[in-house]
Design a binder for this molecule. Structure first.
Ligand code: ATP
Length: 401
C-alpha cells in the first residue's frame, strides 16, 4: 500500500500554548484508505490535521506528501492544498462568498480555470453533494448540514486526491450525519483518500478501515478499528468508550455464547452471528420480504410513487447522491439514507418489503451485496427490479446485472 501522507516524529506547541499539542507524532495515510483519527477533546486531532495541508508547520519532525517533505513557500502550499483538501469543523470558517455558487467557484477560479471549466466544476461539485438548485442562495441562510455540504463542494471542485475532514458530523442531526458519512463513503469508493477526525467511536468503528487513536498529543495506537476498539485499557487511557456493537460482541464471545471470529460491523452481521450460535444457521422463519430495486436513471417518479402507494413497500431507502437528488426532486420520503442495504435485508428477514432507489453502477453493487448475503447466510432475499411503467415482477432469485 502506497503511503500518501506521512508525519515523521512531528512536534508542535502553539505560540501561546502551555504544553505541546503534538509530541513525536508519526502516522502514515495510505492511498485510497478511509482513516479515522480518534481521540477525546484536546487530544490533538485538529492540530495534526492542520499539519497535513501545511496550515501549521511542525516545530520539529517532518510531514511528507507522496514521499516528498512539504515545502512552506506560497506556491508549494497552494499546490499542496489543491491535492489535500481540508473541510473545517465549522463551515462558517470556510464559507466566504455571498452565494453558494460563488463560494464553490472560489477554488477553481483561483486555480486559473476557464469560465467554462469553472462552471462545470461548480455544477459537478454541487451535484455531488446534492445541492443543485442552491446556486444563488446566500450560504448564511442555509442549515448547518447544508453549509457543511457547501464547504465540501468547495473542496471537491478542486478535485483533491485526499480529503481531510475535521469532525465532519459535529453539530449535525443524526440524519444529516448519516448523509455526510454516506457522501464520504462515496468519495472513498470513487478512489479518494479520506481522513476524518472524530471522538465518535461508533462512527469510526462502522466507517473506517484504519483507526489512529490519540491522547495528549501522542498516538496511542493504530490499526483496524476492531483491534484498536477491543482494547479497553487503551480506550480508557484515551478517555473513550468502546463501540456498543463491538463491546456486546466481545462480551458474548468471552462467555462462549458466540464463536470468536471477525467482529461484526453492523446490526445485521451481529444478529446473524447470534442466530447462528443459537440455531447453527440463520433460521428460515416466514417468507422473506422483497427488496425492490429501482435505477433512478431509468425510472420515473410516477412509477416509484405508484409502487409506494400500492402498499407493496414498507420502507424506502436511497443510496448515492444522484439518487437522493432524484428523491428530493420527486418529493419521495425516505426511511433510510445510510447503511441502506443492510437495513433492507434486516427488514426482509422479518418479512417486510423495502424499496432501494439508486443509480448507475450502484445497482450492481446492491445486487451483489444481497446475493453475497444469501450465499453467506443461506437466506435468499428476493430482489425485484423496478422498471419504467411496468409493475415489478416478483422473483425468487437475486436479479442479475
Ligand atoms: N490556537 C490555539 N492556541 C493555543 N492552544 C491551542 C490552540 N488550538 C488548540 N490548542 C491546544 O492544543 C491541544 C490540542 O488541541 P486540538 O484542537 O488539536 O485537539 P482536538 O483533539 O482536535 O480536540 P477537539 O475534539 O476538542 O476539537 C489542546 O490542549 C488545545 O488546548
Amino acid at each position: 500500500m502506497t503511503p500518501l501522507l506521512e508525519t515523521d516524529n512531528v512536534t508542535y506547541t502553539y505560540p501561546n500554548g502551555p504544553a505541546p499539542a503534538l509530541s513525536g507524532v508519526s502516522i502514515t495515510i495510505t492511498a485510497g484508505s478511509k482513516t479515522a483519527l480518534v481521540g477525546a477533546n484536546g487530544a490533538g486531532k485538529s492540530t495534526l490535521l492542520l499539519m497535513l495541508n501545511g496550515i501549521l508547520r511542525p516545530d520539529s519532525g517532518e510531514v511528507r506528501f507522496s514521499g516528498r517533505p512539504l515545502a512552506y513557500d506560497n506556491r508549494s502550499l497552494r499546490d499542496l492544498r489543491r491535492r489535500v483538501g481540508f473541510v473545517f469543523q465549522n463551515p462558517d470558517v470556510q464559507i466566504i462568498a455571498p452565494t453558494v455558487e460563488a463560494d464553490v467557484a472560489f477554488g477553481p477560479v483561483n486555480l486559473g480555470l476557464s469560465p467554462d471549466a469553472v462552471r462545470r466544476a461548480v455544477g459537478d461539485a454541487l451535484g455531488y453533494v446534492g445541492l443543485r438548485g442552491y446556486e444563488k442562495r446566500p450560504p448564511h441562510h442555509l442549515s448547518g448540514g447544508e453549509k457543511k455540504r457547501v464547504a465540501i463542494a468547495g473542496i471537491l471542485a478542486m478535485e483533491p486526491a485526499v480529503l481531510v475532514f475535521d469532525e465532519p458530523t459535529s453539530s449535525l442531526d443524526p440524519a444529516s450525519s448519516e448523509e455526510v458519512m454516506e457522501l464520504l463513503d462515496e468519495l472513498a469508493s470513487g478512489g479518494r483518500t479520506v481522513l476524518v477526525s472524530t471522538h465518535d467511536v461508533e462512527l469510526a468503528y462502522r466507517w473506517a478501515d484504519s483507526v489512529i487513536l490519540m491522547e495528549h498529543g501522542r498516538v496511542l495506537a493504530r490499526g483496524a478499528p476492531e483491534e484498536v476498539f477491543s482494547d479497553h485499557d487503551l480506550l480508557a487511557a484515551a478517555r473513550l468508550k468502546p463501540p456498543a456493537l463491538l463491546d456486546l460482541y466481545n462480551e458474548l464471545a468471552l462467555r462462549g455464547v458466540i464463536a470468536p471470529g471477525a467482529p461484526p460491523k453492523s446490526v445485521l452481521e451481529f444478529t446473524d452471528r447470534v442466530e447462528r450460535a443459537m440455531h447453527g444457521h440463520v433460521p428460515d422463519r416466514d417468507e422473506p420480504g422483497q427488496i425492490y430495486l429501482c435505477n433512478a436513471d431509468l425510472t420515473g417518479g410516477d412509477d416509484i410513487r405508484a409502487l409506494i402507494r400500492s402498499g407493496m413497500v414498507d420502507h424506502v431507502g436511497a443510496m448515492g447522491t444522484r439518487a437522493k437528488e432524484f428523491v428530493g426532486r420527486e418529493r419521495i420520503l425516505l426511511d433510510y439514507t445510510y447503511g441502506v442495504i443492510d437495513k433492507c435485508i434486516l427488514k426482509a428477514l422479518n418479512g417486510e418489503n423495502s424499496l432501494i432507489i439508486t443509480t448507475g453502477g450502484m445497482v450492481g453493487h446492491v445486487q451483489r451485496r444481497i446475493a453475497e448475503y444469501g450465499d453467506e447466510s443461506g437466506r435468499v432475499i428476493p430482489v425485484t427490479p423496478v422498471q419504467e411503467s411496468a409493475s415489478p415482477e416478483p422473483s425468487r432469485e437475486p436479479a442479475l446485472e
